[in-house]
Design a protein around this ligand. Sequence first.
Ligand SMILES: O=P(O)(O)OC[C@H]1O[C@H](O[C@H]2O[C@H](CO)[C@@H](O)[C@H](O)[C@H]2O)[C@H](O)[C@@H](O)[C@@H]1O
Ligand code: UDP
Length: 735
Amino acid sequence: MNKTIIVSNRLPLQVKLENNKLDIKPSVGGLATGMKSVHADGNGIWIGWSGITDEELTPELSKDVQTAVSKEKCVSVPLNQQDVEDFYFGFSNKALWPLFHYFLEYAEFDKNQWESYKEVNQKFADVVLANVEDGDTVWVHDYQLLLLPKLIKDKKPNTSIGFFLHIPYPSYEIFRVFPWREELLHGMLGADLLGFHTYDYERHFLSSVKRLLKLEVRFNEISYSDRIVKVDSFPMGIDYQKFHNAALKHAQHTQVEKTELHRRLEDHMQSSPDAKIILSIDRLDYTKGIPNRIKAFEYFLDKYPQYREKVRLVMLAVPSRSNVDTYQKLKRETDELVGRINGKFATVSWTPIWYFYRSMPFDNLIDLYTSADVALITPLRDGMNLVAKEYIATRVNNDGVLILSEMAGASIEMSEAILINPTSYEEIADAIKKAIEMPVEEQKSRNHILQKRLARYSVEKWAEEFFKSLDATKTIREAIVAKKLGNGLKTKLISRFNDAKRRLLLLDYDGTLVGFKNNPQEAYPDNELLTLLHDLNAKENTDIVIISGRDRETLSKWLGEKGFNLITDHGVWLKHAHKDWEPLERIKKEWMGKILPILETFVDRTPGTFIEKKNYSLAWHYRKADPELAQRRTVELNTVLTSLIANDELSVLEGNKVVEIKSSNVNKGRAANRFLTDNGYDFIMAIGDDWTDEYMFEELPKDANTIKVGFKKTKAKYYLKDTDEVRTLLNQLID
Ligand SMILES: O=P(O)(O)OC[C@H]1O[C@H](O[C@H]2O[C@H](CO)[C@@H](O)[C@H](O)[C@H]2O)[C@H](O)[C@@H](O)[C@@H]1O
Ligand SMILES: O=c1ccn([C@@H]2O[C@H](COP(=O)(O)OP(=O)(O)O)[C@@H](O)[C@H]2O)c(=O)[nH]1
């Protein structure tokens, strides 16, 4: 039976050594808590780091760790102290975490740590590859493993790979700062489906892909080598029933069962019945906006003194990444702030902030959630923030108010909360007042909507949607009708070629025989290509036709006297080998005077674009332009042109980063037909890469060998990945 392999840096359980004994606890943090329920229900394994280093383990302890993790259907990736130092505390949390959360000033880009990041990703890959079988699905998680999808895909191309990023994906302007940015993107693109919490993160990622890798993106699909990579947003949910049911049970607790924290919270409420509890829970992380929150709370007590002794901020800060100096600094700052504010406002019977620096077991978390009148969640940046969702899930009476930062991914789905800008003390202070004073009916109606949504889109549903979408990527592959011209098919094609009595090869030029250049005039034929074409042409009973959208002058100069047949301008001119040029079509050119000024306005408004004036067509090139602006302008240009071209029998062709306007009666299909009439070819092969070549594929007889370059929708029978693969095939025909 096929299985699902979850891979993340952290396993759902964390192993530590306490007095030479293994201490095993559940992991904290949203990834582990969220994925735990997905893992528990499924058949599969979870691969990750156990939390303990190789150096700490004796062979016996090592066995015990294996037993403990395998009981939880987990497999651990062995990491040594240096790995943890450089890969986890170092590169993951000193470079990627701050950069992706817009804390550019904290980001350190250390070459050694980057090397370690690559090595550790390889260590994860080794464990995955040792466990994966054909037909399995691999789901890789988060920023610590951005290179892993490619490492798996390269070795196991038929494995379905999903990747989910739990943190924000920053805007291109931030991401471009990263020194190894292309490598990171290629690593991620090893996946078949890439998931993000929000549409904003998704579009930032696509923008980086377009700008840095210059890949073709159609809506949310990236043409990548010989694959389509799909990108989508899936806002992660929580195990709603688990939190809701625990809160229901909590309400029925007897006095004996109550935890100490529960009792303290109850004492607080009994001593001042109209006092309100404001709760915050987060890992002690600078992205969570903890100092901001404390200062805003101080501002609130200053601005609205009537609430002193009437509110208490209960703040749970869970220790996190405490080896990293920015986290140590944050700890000192938080301690000082809490001390200062408690000192400033405390009375004999009232301490404004209760501050816990530890992690708490599930029951205690439920105590906190259910006792809080208000949850105050103020991250400066947060991928999602599950605490906000958990708080709402525990409000079994529907009361309570959530104040949530608009910088948390969760805010997109939780607009019924009071949304605040976490850098505005004014907004936070006013939001606290509004929350405290909010009529219960309003609290209930807001929470009712939030709860319905959270119950429906639970973490199980989230995972289900992700898998559904991952599965659908297989259908995308099938929708591209062409088959990969792999070794088997290629051998057959070559033997058909060898057995044939007369052969015709129709070869497009740009994107097929030569790669694209920023300036089209630089894409002249190199010596290797000239030799290749010469040798192929020298074979008996073999006719080569270079069939191109290029103009007659350019192709004359480059290939005119080499003995090939040439068709230029998409089919306006034909030159039989060693003969003169002859026109294939009589065409008008008057329309150019009308269209040229329009194209010029597009050039003026779109830096990096230019017009190529050909004899019979006008081409607007945008290869060097900002890809997003160019995409918008292309739509605009098409709209403008549609209304103008109808009477002139013109057509607009969208090629590879070019829009070309030409007479409708000219196309490569009609031109190719000229070679088919009376030459008795029993082997025809046509190769082309873009839209204009589709006419040729369509017109050729059914038994023609049509080949598309690139993995795109096509009428061709086969596809090859790139110009290199085309040249390899042509070379094989010569041998
Ligand atoms: O493993 P740690 O270094 O201890 O950190 C804990 C986790 O923190 C991050 O959680 C993120 O995932 C949550 C669920 O998607 C999301 O709500 C939150 O906004 C994120 O920050 C981190 O992404 C995980 O890899 C860590 O395990
Ligand atoms: O003592 C604690 C405090 C919090 N959490 C859990 O840690 C997760 C925090 O996830 P969130 O998405 O809010 O932030 P992250 O820490 O992942 O950045 C939530 O599921 C909490 O229930 C926990 O397990 N123990």
